[in-house]
Structure formats: C-alpha cells, structure tokens
Design a protein around this ligand. Structure first.
Ligand code: KIV
Ligand code: ZN
Length: 498
C-alpha cells in the first residue's frame, strides 16, 4: 500500500474564502480536532494576508502538535519571511509557496512573462529553503496551463529544493479523466518527480472535486488537499471526508492507506459547521443528517434483513452511533456522561454538572432529549462564556404593530437594561442589544432552524455580523424559545469583537 498524506486546508482555503473571521480560539479548537482526526498537514492560514492570520498561524504552530503545520505565501520574499516567522515555533513547519502558471493568470493577473514566472517560482522555493527543509510549491491554475510549461516550472522548483509539488485545479474546470491524465503526464515527464510528493488540490465548481481527486490518486499522487464539509472558495474545495471514505470503502482499488481515524469524522464536521456557521446540507455525502437514513419501505425492509443491502458504510465507522437512545429528566448524570462520551465529548466532573443542569432544564421543557439536542447543548456550552450574559428578555408584539423588547444584560459584571421598538420581535431584540453593547455592526445574515424532533425542539439561531470592512463574525444561540436563541446568537457574535 502506498501512503496517502491528508492535507487539510479548512483553516486557509476554507476559512479565508468564506470571508468569515474565526478567532484564534476557534481556529485552535479546529486545529486540535484535526490532529485527533489524524490529518498529516494542517494549513493554518496565510500569514501575510492580515495581522489576525499571522497571529492564528503563530498560535497554532506553537500549540498544535502531531501534524505538519503549514502556512501559505505568494512567491514573493516578504510573504515568505512572514510565513517563516509565523511558523517559528512549529514542531514540523512547512511553507506552501507558489505562483500561477496558466496563460490567462500569467498574462492578465500577474502581467508576467512565462520566463519571469519560472524565475519567480524557483526563487521563492530557494528563499523558503533558507528557513526550513519542508517547502511545498503550488502551481496555481495548473489544470489550465500548457502541460509542457507546467513540466518546466515543476523541474525548476524541484531543482530549487521543493519537497512537495501541488497541481491545483484552481477553478474546478477539470473532468475526472482529464485531471487523471494531467497527473499521469506530470508523473511521467517531470525530471526528479520520484523524489518529491505530488499533491492534488481540486475545487468543486462543476461538482467534480471528489471524483477528480480520486483519479489524481489513481494516477500516482500521494497527497490530497481539501477541507472538512467541502467548504471553500465559490462551490468549495474537495470534501476530505468524501475522499477518505471512498478510499476506506474500496481500499484495494486505490492501493493507498492513510492514518485517519474515521470515527472522528462526524465530530470534526459538526465542529467546523458550528464554528463557521456554515450548515451541512442534510443530503451531504458522509456527514449530512440523512446520509445514513433509510426512508423507503423497500429499503427499510432490506436493511432490517441485511444491512449491506443498502448500506455501504457502517455509520459507526464515521462516528455516528447507530442506536440513538432517548434521555429524559429521569436520566442521571451517569447516563448523560455515557451518552456524551459515545457522541465524542469528554467532560470533566465540573463541566458535567454545568451540562447536566442545562440538560435538566431542557428535559423539563421538552421531555425527550435526543442526540441532536445534546450536540446543541454542548455547542452552546462552548459558544458561551465570552463575557456578555443574557439575564432577562421580554418581548411584546401583536402582529400588526411594531414589537417592543426589553433586555437585561450583564456586561463586565455590570447589569444594564434597555428597551427598543423594532420591525418584529427579533429586530426589536437586536436593536435593544445594540443600544446596550454599543458595537456598531451590520447584520448580514440571520438564520433559524430547528434542532431534533418535536414542536418543543431547540431553535438554533446563527447570525453573521460585519464588523469593520472585512471581518464577518458568526454567532450561535440555542434555546427552546426562538427569540431567546436569536438574542443569544447576536450576543455571542458581539462578544467575539475585541
Ligand atoms: O486553488 C488554488 O490554486 C489554491 C492555491 C493557493 C494552493 O488554493
Ligand atoms: Zn484552492
């Protein structure tokens, strides 16, 4: 079996492209979970892009051990210097530098000749090698380049010391057979290719990122780049969980092995969704809520007789427990802890008490507490604790007239109350919170969805607010009262503004 390295770029191509500002704490949480999942490389950010990104990469480099920590840079010395500085404390650092190689990018975007591009590419790798031995080169828009020119660039960067060469389909234009052919061409024409790792990086504009990545692996690539839940620029990047499970289910066909702990896939997907505020579609392969549900009578009958009739993956393999037990207010701390552990949460004795009190409040109001409710409680426990506490909330609205909200908050140990009128209850609550918190933000997105079953199911609110020009902050709030969930989400977002 050939070793396949898994390169996760959720925190770079995933996060940056969404325009969402994850704070350092959130990035660290994802970084640590990626280590549990067993990825080989974590691309933690693009340090030269902003002081915030520099700080995040630096913190992840210092705190997250057990994977290569990588930073992205353009093929210019100041970017590379900044990247090296951010990675200084990493156990296993890697600089990922590169330049575009397709005619349209070179001529229109870079306004450089092919000669200048080859020189800049080799120069960037040489510069990065002054700082560390592990240097990856990306040939941006490689799929739309002239393959003979691509070979020239790759030979130049390999001669300059690149240890990994990345052949991206930057705009998601390839079909599986064409992408496979390009990787095959590179494997057979580039001098020195046998001494480096060939990496593939696909985008999903035509819905083919996973298929393209798999043909790249078949053609001999030994590193695959992608993101959790497939988040990323435009239609997203390759979903790592899809590629991992495609290989898992038919390993002999691909002839490669990874060190991924597949049982951490569901927990990683949930975490990325919660922190980024990007929901996972119900029908999403591997991690969607319906991915292992059998609805038709014929299918249910088949599965009851023999699971493999309609199931190609045991959900437990990706960390989704098969038989969800239902907890009620009669369930004790032990049963709750046991269930939380089955769902992948480790809670200390102190945390358990806090979570148990939340669980009891919920069980009192909705009788049966399902796994999704527990995920929501856990997500909520993590999202809270940012310094602003919702003490009290009352809203009056009679449909035809404007709504009035009265809100009491605790901000830095001070209790403050105010009221405002709005266009509907949620608007009134947000306006009141604005008056109290005094952080001028623009609400860009507000969504409310129900978690789990029943009319008393938890409402899960997500808000995205714009703070400054380019920082979009996500807040989540959960409650059986949807107005309270909305207030908590808004407060959660405002609390993250420093
Ligand atoms: O899609 C792409 O080409 C990239 C590179 C910067 C690696 O994300
Ligand atoms: Zn990309």
């Amino acid at each position: 079996m050939r070793r396949l390295y898994i390169f996760d770029t959720t925190l770079r191509d995933g996060e940056q492209s969404l325009g969402i500002t994850l704070n350092v704490k959130e990035k660290l949480e994802i970084g640590r979970q990626l280590v549990k999942l067993g990825v080989d490389v974590i691309e933690a950010g693009f340090p030269a892009s902003s002081p915030g990104d520099l700080e995040s990469v630096r913190t992840i480099a210092r705190e997250v051990k057990g994977a290569i920590i990588c930073g992205l840079s353009r093929a210019v010395p100041p970017d590379i210097d900044c990247c090296a500085e951010a990675l200084r404390e990493a156990e296993q650092p890697r600089i990922h530098t590169g330049i575009a190689v397709s005619p349209v990018h070179m001529e229109k975007k870079l306004q450089m000749t092919p000669e200048q591009v080859v020189e800049a590419a080799a120069g960037a790798v040489k510069h990065a090698k002054k700082y560390m031995s592990d240097v990856e080169f990306y040939a941006e828009d490689a799929f739309r380049s002239d393959p003979r020119f691509l070979v020239r660039v790759l030979e130049a960067v390999i001669a300059a010391g690149a240890t990994v060469v990345n052949i991206p389909d930057t705009v998601g234009y390839a079909t599986p057979w064409e992408y496979g052919e390009l990787i095959d061409y590179v494997m057979n024409h580039v001098k020195g290719i046998e001494n480096v790792v060939v990496s593939i990086h696909c985008h999903n504009d035509l819905g083919m990122a996973t298929a393209n990545s798999l043909t790249g692996i078949k053609a001999g690539a030994s590193q695959i780049e992608g993101t959790i839940n497939g988040i990323g620029e435009r239609a997203g990047n390759t979903s790592l969980e899809e590629v991992i499970m495609a290989i898992y289910t038919q390993q002999a066909r691909y002839g490669v092995e990874t060190r991924i702990n597949t049982r951490e896939i569901a927990a990683t997907s949930r975490l990325v969704s919660r922190v980024t505020g990007v929901p996972v579609p119900k029908h999403k392969a591997i991690v969607g809520a319906n991915a292992f549900m059998h609805a038709s009578g014929i299918h249910q009958d088949g599965v009851l007789k023999e699971k493999t009739t309609y199931e190609i993956i045991d959900p437990e393999v990706v960390g989704i427990p098969r038989n969800s037990i239902v907890l009620t207010a009669r369930s004790g701390r032990h049963a709750l802890k046991h269930r939380l552990e089955e769902l992948g949460y480790r809670v200390s004795q102190d945390e358990l008490e806090n979570v148990y009190q939340k669980f009891l409040r919920l069980a009192d109001s909705k009788r049966e507490v399902f796994d999704d409710d527990l995920h929501a409680i856990m997500g909520h426990a993590i999202a809270n604790g940012n310094g602003i506490i919702l003490e009290n909330l009352s809203v009056s609205s009679s449909g035809a007239t404007a709504a009035t909200a009265t809100v009491t908050l605790e901000i830095e140990q001070q209790t403050v109350t105010d009221a405002a009128v709005g266009n509907g209850p949620v608007d009134a609550v947000f306006k009141t919170i604005d008056r109290l918190v005094k952080k001028p933000v623009k609400l860009e997105e507000y969504t409310l969805r129900s978690v789990s079953q029943g009319s008393e199911a938890l409402g899960d609110a997500t808000v995205k607010v714009r703070w400054n020009e380019n920082s979009l902050i996500v807040g989540r709030g959960i409650s059986t009262d949807v107005i309270e969930a909305s207030a908590k989400a808004y407060i959660n977002a405002l609390s993250k503004i420093k």
